[in-house]
Design a protein around this ligand. Sequence first.
Ligand code: NAD
Length: 250
Amino acid sequence: MGLLDGLCVIITGAASPRGLGKATAKLFAEHGARVAILDLDAGAAEAAAADLGKGHLGLACNVTDKDACEAAVAEVLDRLGRIDVLVNNAGITQPLKIMDIGPANYDAVLDVSLRGTLYMSQAVIPAMRAQKSGSIVNLSSVSAQRGGGIFGGPHYSAAKAGVLGLTKAMARELAPDNVRVNAICPGFIATDITAGKLTPEMQKAVLDGIPMGRAGEAKDVAGCALFLASDLSAYCTGTEVDVNGGSLIH
Ligand code: NAD
């Protein structure tokens, strides 16, 4: 018996081979879900879906494009029949100082995490409301809670703090329809978002700040996403769950 037997799930940004989205997709598939992977490149999304086994779906979708989000959700509904869970995982980061953030940097980082989370949620909410059930899981970051200091610049912290606000407000508004909305705040997880971009000194400083003494693994975040997606968390909404090895205890 899987925790997600019979459920259909959309995960954005899940084509990155070592990423949090892909690890979440794999764990969800192992728990019986049918998974639709949405990412920028159709071929990469299809290959990631094929990796999960049969019955999964990979689609191109730029989450900053409202029409693309609506079209992808329509296709998932057409091919999988329903949507029970949305994981808003797509995100990008940039290691900039406050005075170096230009308009294009601001737009790029805010648009993928924050605008993308809004557009994808708006696209699935009608179906979730109609079936009177659903779980939306948003990827925020410890950077939102502690003001960066790992890799992303202030615009990344702002984007992820925005995701927390959006999560809580959506949770309040959608609760009467039994649609739950929660956020995960990962700490430092080894994926391609920072791969090769941290100097050994930065890496040491980050690890020194983690009481558990190790970077997180993608599967650490996937486990939390499984809890929030499944009925195990049936009475949790509007929460922010830390997955950070103790790097922020508050
Ligand atoms: P990753 O770079 O491995 O994967 C991100 C994926 O998002 C990529 O596949 C990319 O193609 C996709 N993507 C980018 N822009 C997109 C768009 N406009 N539309 C659709 N897809 C798009 O990153 P990751 O480390 O797996 O991070 C996943 C999420 O977790 C991100 O939101 C990130 O900010 C957040 N996060 C990561 C960490 C960490 O330490 N890795 C910590 C805190 C939060």
